[in-house]
Ligand binder design. Structure first.
Ligand code: SF4
Length: 108
């Protein structure tokens, strides 16, 4: 991905009138290039599919290895989490309904 902002869902709002990048003016916006390329592809309409945002936690890791592993290794079973209790349960347990909050003593 050559977009300086690592945008995966489409161009930022800074594409120049000439189709160049706002961050690197000497470079054509990758999304302008992608759009032009998609117009020559049989399934070019797929460019309109919304993609997930980039997961920056994976920066520096090989995406190819992940693709190969996902295809060859069974997916790990998802960890079971206890059902989250609503935050209101905790509040109700700490302070019964109808009880007034403590009042700070006034200064003499
Ligand atoms: S103008 Fe295009 S290439 Fe440049 S930062 Fe915006 S989306 Fe990315």
């Amino acid at each position: 991905m050559n977009c300086p902002k690592n945008l995966r869902n489409g161009p930022c709002g800074g594409v120049r009138d000439n189709g160049h990048c706002e961050v690197k003016p000497e470079m054509k916006c990758v999304w302008v290039q992608a759009w032009e390329g998609s117009q020559h592809m049989a399934k070019g309409g797929a460019i309109l599919d919304v993609q997930k945002p980039v997961d920056n936690r994976l920066k520096g890791h090989s995406s190819w290895l992940k693709v190969v592993r996902d295809k060859t290794e069974p997916a790990p079973a998802p960890a079971k989490k206890p059902a989250a209790k609503p935050a209101t349960d905790k509040l109700l347990a700490e302070k019964p309904l109808g009880e007034k909050p403590p009042v700070a003593p006034s200064a003499p």
